[in-house]
Design a binder for this molecule. Structure first.
Ligand code: NDP
Ligand code: 2IT
Length: 449
C-alpha cells in the first residue's frame, strides 16, 4: 500500500481504537484511492487525508425526557459536523438503541462522499440518539424530540447544518423537531430540516427518493452490462422508508420482489410482495413484518437467529440491502453468489462487511455502493432546501425527473472514474475516487482550515 495512506491509516487506527464502524468506513475509502493519491503528491504536504478523516466538530449532549409513567429518562444525543467543504453540514438523524460515537462518525464520514457525488452544494454530517422509538407513545416521541431539539437548535441552521431523517426518524419526528426549533427561534426557517411533511414546506417525492433513486442507479448499472430489472427476482432487506420505495419502483420496472424483512425476520412471498400491505403494516400501524401472514397465510416467515439474516439464503438475481450496517456477512455473500446473484445495490449505509464486498467483486457480481446508490435521498433533501430558499414548489414529476437525472450522473461518475483509474466495473472504487477527488480539490482551494 502507498506509504502515505498506510501512515494515515495507522494513525487513525491508533487514535480511534474503540470505533470499529468508523475505522471500517475509513479503511474502505483510503484503500481505494491509492492511484489518486499517487497522482497528487501535494496531498501529503497539505495533509489532505488527515483532514478528510477528522470531523470538523463532534457534539454530544444530554437528552432528558419524561415517559408516560412519569419517569425521567436520560438519553445521549449526537451531531457530528463532519465536513462543510462544499456546503452546510447535511445528513440524517438516527434514533436507535445501537447509536454510539463510532456509528455516528462512520455515517458522517460516508455522508460527505455521498453528498459530493450528488453534485449539489451540501457538506456532510450525521446525528441521532440511542433513544429507542419502538413501543413509545406518540406523546413520548414528541417529548423526546422536543428535548433533543432544545439542545440541538444552537448548532444548526439552514446555512449551517441541516438534519433530516434516518433509521427511526421519519415525517412524524421531523415534524416535532421542526415545531420545537421554530418555537425556540421564533422564525420560520423552512430549510433548517428536510424530510418535512409537504403541508408545511416539505418536498414532494422526498419520501420516495432514496428507494426510487436506488432503483434508478440499479437500472443504470444493469444497463451498462446489457441487463435490466424486468423479470428479475429481487430480495430487499428492511421494510422501512428505503426498502418500501425501492420495492415499489422495482415492481414498476417489472421485477419480482419476493422477500422483505425487519430486525426479527423475513417474509418470502413467491407471488411477489404486496407492497400496499407492507405500507399499511409499517407506515400506518407501525407493526412487525410477520403481520404480513395474517393477510397472506401462504407466504413464509423466517426468524432471524444470528447475524446472518435468512433473507440472504433466498435465491435472487438482485439483492438490495436496505436495513442497516454490516447486515451482509461473508457467509451471506457466499450463499448469494452460490445462488447465482447478478447484482447487489446498497440502499442502507455500509450494509456489506468489507469481506462480503470483496467476495462479490471477486466473483463478478455488480456492486452498487451505498455512497452512490442511496444518494437519492440526500439529493432530494437538497432539492427540498432549494425549494425552501426559492419559496416555491416543484410538482412530483419535476422532483422525480431531477432525481433520475442526478442518479444517472452519479452512476456515470462511478463508471468513468473506475475506468480512469484502471478498475473498470468496480463501482465501489469508482464512487470513492470521484467523491474524494472533488473534496480534495475543494480542500486545496480553501487553505489550511
Ligand atoms: P427506517 O427506520 O424507516 O427502517 C429501517 C429498517 O431497517 C426497518 O425495517 C428495521 O427493522 C431495519 N433495521 C434497523 N436496524 C436494524 C438492525 N440492527 N438489524 C436488522 N434490521 C434493522 O430507516 P430507513 O429506511 O430510513 O433507513 C434504512 C437504511 O437506509 C439505513 O442504513 C439508513 O442509514 C439508510 N439511508 C436512509 C436514507 C433515508 O432517506 N431515509 C437515505 C440514505 C440511506 P426494525 O423495524 O425491526 O427495527
Ligand atoms: O443517509 C442518508 O443519506 C440519509 N439518511 C438522508 C440524509 C438527508 O439529509 O436527507
Amino acid at each position: 500500500m502507498n506509504e502515505y495512506i498506510n501512515k494515515v491509516l495507522t494513525e487513525v487506527e491508533k487514535k480511534n481504537i474503540n470505533e470499529p464502524e468508523y475505522l471500517q468506513a475509513v479503511r474502505e475509502v483510503l484503500c481505494s484511492v491509492e492511484h489518486l493519491v499517487e497522482k497528487h503528491p501535494e496531498y501529503e504536504k497539505l495533509a489532505i487525508l488527515e483532514r478528510m478523516v477528522e470531523p470538523e466538530r463532534i457534539i454530544s449532549f444530554r437528552v432528558p425526557w419524561v415517559n408516560d409513567n412519569g419517569e425521567v429518562i436520560v438519553n445521549r444525543g449526537y451531531r457530528i459536523q463532519f465536513s462543510s467543504l462544499i456546503g452546510p453540514y447535511k445528513g440524517g438523524l438516527r434514533f436507535h438503541p445501537t447509536v454510539n460515537q463510532s456509528i455516528m462518525k462512520f455515517l458522517g464520514f460516508e455522508q460527505i462522499f455521498t453528498n459530493a457525488l450528488t453534485g449539489l452544494p451540501i457538506g456532510g454530517g450525521k446525528g441521532g440518539s440511542d433513544f429507542d422509538p419502538k413501543g413509545k407513545s406518540d406523546n413520548e416521541i414528541m417529548r423526546f424530540c422536543q428535548s433533543f431539539m432544545t439542545e440541538l437548535y444552537r448548532h444548526i441552521g439552514q446555512d449551517v447544518d441541516v438534519p433530516a431523517g434516518d433509521i427511526g426518524v421519519g415525517g412524524r419526528e421531523i415534524g416535532y423537531l421542526f415545531g420545537q426549533y421554530k418555537r425556540i427561534k421564533d422564525a420560520y426557517e423552512g430549510g433548517v430540516l428536510t424530510g418535512k411533511s409537504v403541508c408545511y414546506g416539505g418536498s414532494l417525492g422526498r419520501t420516495e427518493a432514496t428507494g426510487y433513486g436506488l432503483i434508478f442507479y440499479t437500472r443504470e448499472m444493469l444497463k451498462a452490462h446489457n441487463e435490466s430489472l424486468t423479470g428479475k427476482t429481487v430480495t430487499i432487506s428492511g421494510s422501512g422508508n428505503v426498502a418500501i420505495y425501492a420495492c415499489e419502483k422495482a415492481q414498476e420496472y417489472g421485477a419480482n420482489v419476493v422477500a422483505m424483512s425487519d430486525s426479527n425476520g423475513c417474509i418470502y412471498d413467491k407471488n411477489g410482495i404486496d407492497i400496499t400491505l407492507i405500507k399499511q403494516i409499517k407506515e400506518v400501524e407501525r407493526g412487525r413484518i410477520k403481520d404480513y401472514l395474517k393477510v397472506h397465510p401462504d407466504a413464509e416467515y423466517m426468524i432471524r437467529e444470528d447475524e446472518d439474516s435468512p433473507i440472504w439464503n433466498i435465491k435472487a438475481d438482485i439483492a438490495l440491502p436496505c436495513a442497516t450496517q454490516n447486515e451482509v456477512t461473508l457467509n451471506s455473500a457466499k450463499k448469494l453468489v452460490n445462488n447465482g446473484l447478478l447484482a447487489i445495490a446498497e440502499g442502507a449505509n455500509m450494509p456489506c462487511k468489507q469481506e462480503a464486498t470483496d467476495y462479490f467483486l471477486e466473483h463478478g457480481v455488480l456492486v452498487g455502493p451505498a455512497k452512490a446508490a442511496n444518494a437519492g435521498g440526500v439529493a432530494t433533501s437538497a432539492i427540498e432546501m432549494s425549494q425552501n430558499s426559492m419559496r416555491y414548489y416543484y410538482n412530483f414529476n419535476e422532483v422525480i425527473e431531477k432525481l433520475d437525472c442526478i442518479m444517472v450522473n452519479i452512476f456515470n461518475a462511478c463508471k468513468d472514474n473506475a475506468e480512469k483509474y484502471g478498475c473498470s466495473g468496480n463501482y465501489v472504487a469508482g464512487a470513492n475516487l470521484a467523491a474524494f477527488e472533488k473534496l480534495a480539490e475543494a480542500m486545496k482551494c480553501q487553505g489550511v482550515v
